[in-house]
Write a protein that binds this ligand. Structure first.
Ligand code: NDP
Length: 261
């Protein structure tokens, strides 16, 4: 039997075991998926091997460490320099980033040509790279200089002043919503929303001040719930040896369980 896990800190809240185990059950695959509290990222590779894992998802705060711990990194993860999915292949740890596709699947059918990403952390990097890969003009803004080097070094547009700027989609990839805060002053957001079509917040499952404000400005609003589901669908395909692809059988099974948890 194959064994998989999600490694992170904290980890008790993770829904990943439910999602992946249901797919294994539904598709008749002999595999189990558990969760493991990884306090220090330094031990990531040793822990992965000691647990006898065939694959893992890596969550906060270890995605950047995971990138360095892998023997090989494939796909867009190489550009993002963060790994959220690892598969064991011939005793080597192969790293991927499925957050990027997990985000993009939400908006792939929308008519979007420009995006503003608020935040400069790991998820902002994943979103910026996948949007650019799909020919969407990306601008980034962060409350501090922290993390902006990544974007500047890759020629993303970094905005210091958002006055009179217009974007089709405004993406809150900061952790402000978790703290019940807005990522920018209300009047700047109101201005941005007046010229936008969609507001996206990566948080899910809670009241969100950013999306409430966007809703009152009549924008289409999306939260991070589907991103979580979609990244897990792609990760499961990697675990099953199908590669970094969208698999409709896995998507069907995982969506079924996702609807009830
Ligand atoms: P990081 O910790 O790497 O980055 C956090 C970013 O938020 C930084 O740019 C930080 O700014 C900024 N920030 C924090 N607090 C505030 C605030 N009050 N106002 C404005 N900016 C703020 O986090 P991640 O990029 O990994 O994740 C960001 C969020 O996205 C998290 O809430 C996470 O839970 C969620 N997420 C959801 C996913 C999903 O599947 N739905 C997947 C991945 C992440 P500074 O640099 O100045 O500190």
């Amino acid at each position: 039997m194959k064994l998989f896990a999600v490694l992170g800190n904290p980890i008790a809240h993770s829904k990943s075991p439910l999602l992946h185990n249901y797919v294994f059950y539904k598709l008749g695959i002999s595999a189990r998926y558990t969760r493991f509290l990884l306090e220090s990222g330094e031990n990531l590779k040793a822990t992965f091997l000691a647990l006898g894992l065939n694959g893992a998802n890596i969550t906060l705060p270890h995605k950047e460490v995971a990138f360095k711990a892998c023997d090989e990194v494939r796909g867009i993860a190489r550009e993002i320099e963060a790994v959220n999915t690892i598969a064991l292949e011939d005793s080597r740890l192969i790293g991927y980033n499925t957050d990027a596709m997990g985000f993009y699947k939400n908006i792939e059918n929308e008519r979007i040509t420009s995006a503003l990403i608020l935040g400069a952390g790991g998820s902002a990097r994943a979103i910026a790279c996948v949007l650019r890969e799909n020919n969407i003009k990306v601008s980034v803004s962060n409350r501090s200089e922290k993390g902006l080097d990544f974007f500047k070094a890759r020629d993303f547009r970094v905005c210091e002043n958002l006055k009179n700027e217009k974007f089709d989609i405004i993406i809150n990839a900061t952790s402000s919503s978790i703290k019940g805060e807005l990522p920018l002053p209300r009047e700047i957001l109101a201005d941005l929303f007046s010229g936008a079509k969609i507001a996206f917040d990566l948080m899910y499952g809670r009241e969100c001040a950013f999306l409430s404000l966007a809703e009152s400005a009549n924008l289409r609003c999306m939260d991070g719930a589907k991103m979580l589901l979609y990244q897990a669908i792609v990760a499961n395909a990697i675990f099953l040896g199908k590669g970094e692809v969208w698999d409709s059988q896995i998507a069907g099974a995982m969506s079924e369980i996702y609807g009830v948890i």
